[in-house]
Design a protein around this ligand. Structure first.
Ligand SMILES: [Zn+2]
Length: 262
C-alpha cells in the first residue's frame, strides 16, 4: 500500500510538472525545453498523419482549422500559443499578408524535373498568366524554362511546415525556424494577390532541396535571365542577400506585384 501511494504521488507530481512546464513556462525562443520539444514533436506527427491521409495534390492547400482540430487539447493550446507569437519577436520583419483563400486558384499539373516531380501546384490566375508569358519569353531568349516547385500554400500548409522544420532542421529554435519558414498568414506563398513562386529548373535544381546550395540556383542561366527580365512580367525577387526582412537569401523565391510606374 505504501509503495502504491508513493508511485501514485510520483505520477501526480510528474503530470503536474508536465502541465506546469507546458502551460506556464513561456517558450525560450532560442531553444524549447524538453516538455515543449516533446509536444512540438507530437504536433508535427499529428499534422503529418493528417496530411498523409489526404490526397497528395490537396496537401498544399490544407485548411488551417482542419489541421488544428487533429490535435488534442494541450497540443492545440501549445500550437496556438506558438502561432500567436508576433513573428517580429523571432527576428522576422515581413508584413502580414492574409489568411484568406484566393478565389481564382489554378491547378498546375505536376512536371517531371530531373529524377523527381514538382507535384500538383496551385497559383492565383493573374500570376499564373504572367508566369506563362514570362516562360514563353525565356524559352525564346535562351531555350530554357523554370517550373513551379511551390506556388500557393494555405495558412494550414504553412502551419504544417512550421512544425515540420521546427522539429527537424531548426532543432527546436523558433528564432532559427523563423528565418526559413513564415508563420501562417505571413508567407508570400499564402498571399492571394502578391503570391510567391519557388522555381526550379528542368533538372530539379531549386537551390535548397537535397543538400543543394543557394548558389546552385543563383548560377543558373535561367536565374540570370530572371534577374534581367522578370520585372517586365511583374515578378520580383523577394529575399535578396541581406534583405531587410530578416529572411535568408532565397534566389528561387519570386513574387508577383504591380509596381507603380516611377
Ligand atoms: Zn518561397
Amino acid at each position: 500500500m505504501h509503495k502504491f501511494l508513493i508511485s501514485v504521488s510520483a505520477a501526480v507530481i510528474i503530470i503536474l510538472g508536465f502541465i506546469a512546464i507546458l502551460f506556464f513556462i513561456k517558450p525560450d525562443y532560442n531553444k524549447l525545453n524538453f516538455v515543449q520539444r516533446f509536444v512540438a514533436r507530437q504536433v508535427s506527427q499529428k499534422f503529418d498523419d493528417l496530411l498523409n491521409k489526404m490526397p497528395k495534390d490537396r496537401r498544399t492547400i490544407v485548411d488551417f482549422d482542419t489541421l488544428m482540430n487533429s490535435l488534442n487539447f494541450y497540443e492545440k493550446d501549445f500550437a496556438q500559443r506558438i502561432f500567436e507569437i508576433d513573428p517580429k519577436q523571432l527576428g522576422f520583419k515581413g508584413p502580414f499578408y492574409s489568411i484568406d483563400k484566393p478565389k481564382d486558384l489554378i491547378e498546375v499539373p505536376s512536371v517531371k524535373v530531373g529524377y523527381r516531380e514538382t507535384g500538383i501546384q496551385f497559383c492565383p490566375e493573374h500570376s499564373y498568366k504572367d508566369y506563362l508569358k514570362m516562360m514563353n519569353q525565356m524559352q525564346k531568349d535562351i531555350g530554357k524554362r523554370l517550373y513551379i516547385d511551390s506556388g500557393y500554400r494555405s495558412p494550414g500548409r504553412q502551419a504544417y511546415l512550421f512544425f515540420h522544420y521546427l522539429t527537424s532542421s531548426a532543432k527546436y529554435s523558433l528564432m532559427e525556424n523563423a528565418k526559413w519558414i513564415a508563420m501562417p498568414g505571413y508567407s508570400q506563398h499564402g498571399s492571394p494577390i502578391n503570391n510567391a513562386i519557388d522555381f526550379c529548373n528542368e533538372d530539379g535544381i531549386n537551390g535548397f532541396s537535397d543538400g543543394q546550395k543557394q548558389s546552385d540556383f543563383e548560377n543558373l542561366p535561367e536565374n540570370k535571365w530572371m534577374l534581367q527580365n522578370a520585372s517586365k512580367f511583374n515578378f520580383y525577387l523577394s529575399y535578396p542577400k541581406d534583405n531587410q526582412w530578416g529572411v535568408a537569401y532565397e534566389p528561387w523565391h519570386w513574387h508577383w506585384e504591380i509596381k507603380s510606374q516611377q
